[in-house]
Design a protein around this ligand. Structure first.
Ligand code: NI
Length: 254
């Protein structure tokens, strides 16, 4: 079975068919899904979806793009949600310097540090979003050596990947690696050991080739496994199995 380690079913793109789609996932060979939250509200929805579907788990946190109105009281809500059953990580958290209209960098960093401290306190792994912020993300990772996590949609260099692996972190890849202009990620995938790889869709975004432009969902995650298999010279079944085991181990799912 396939493990989609990062999909946003709380997104309004799924308002019309969320329940039908999620119920059908095991019939599409998708046996596990982690739904990270991006705000307090979406973290609550992620937790509720996890409670409703046996194959869905949740992560809770505030995405850097959504931290503009951050107040410390939000961390108390995230802390409470993080202790719900089937919440397996703190995320989606991180830094996003891509959009000029994003919240100020200092605020993004403060919110990330607070989530890292919470993850350390609760002994949960973290799910990191790093867009055009590699050096600052790595610097904050180094401040919390006891925290383990995954860089989702990893877009850093092979050198950055090496440091993260040395620190015990995981890297996760999605449909972006199937795009024609993908260069860095395939190089990183070729180099890193299989036991540090996870797969994801980031649904509803980043639909893999040849379905780019459509709404993404976990039924496309096999295309990510197939691309990794191609890069690694393995069968898709081998990648399916190892990423399944990696995801279960990383998120502590029995
Ligand atoms: Ni995401």
């Amino acid at each position: 079975m396939l493990f989609d380690t990062h999909a946003h079913y709380d997104d309004q793109a799924f308002d019309a068919d969320r329940r039908e789609l999620l119920s059908a996932m095991p019939d599409h060979n998708v046996g596990l899904i982690v739904n990270p939250g991006c705000t307090v509200e979406s973290s609550r929805t992620a937790m509720e979806l996890a409670a409703a579907f046996p194959h869905v788990y949740a992560a809770v946190g505030i995405h850097p793009e959504n931290c503009g109105d951050f107040v410390p009281a939000q961390m108390e809500e995230i802390r409470a949600l993080a202790q719900s059953p089937k919440v397996v990580a703190v995320g989606e958290i991180g830094l996003d310097y891509y959009w000029p209209e994003n919240p100020p960098r200092e605020l993004q960093q403060e919110v990330l540090r607070r989530h890292m401290a919470l993850a350390q306190e609760l002994a949960l792994p973290v799910i990191i979003h790093d867009r055009e912020a590699h050096a600052d993300c790595l610097a904050i990772v180094r401040e919390f050596p006891a925290v383990r996590g995954v860089f989702h949609c990893f877009s850093g260099s092979a050198e950055m990947a090496r440091e993260l692996l040395k620190r015990g972190w995981m890297l996760s890849f999605n449909g972006a690696i199937t795009f024609k202009n993908a260069r860095k990620a395939p190089e990183v995938i070729a180099e890193i050991p299989l036991d540090r790889l996870m797969i994801e869709t980031d649904a509803p975004y980043l639909t893999p080739t040849p379905f780019r432009g459509r709404r993404n969902d976990s039924t496309y995650v096999h295309l990510v496994a197939e691309r990794i298999a191609q890069i690694k010279g393995l069968s898709p079944e081998a990648v399916e199995q190892i990423t399944w085991e990696n995801g279960k181990r990383f998120f502590g799912i029995a």
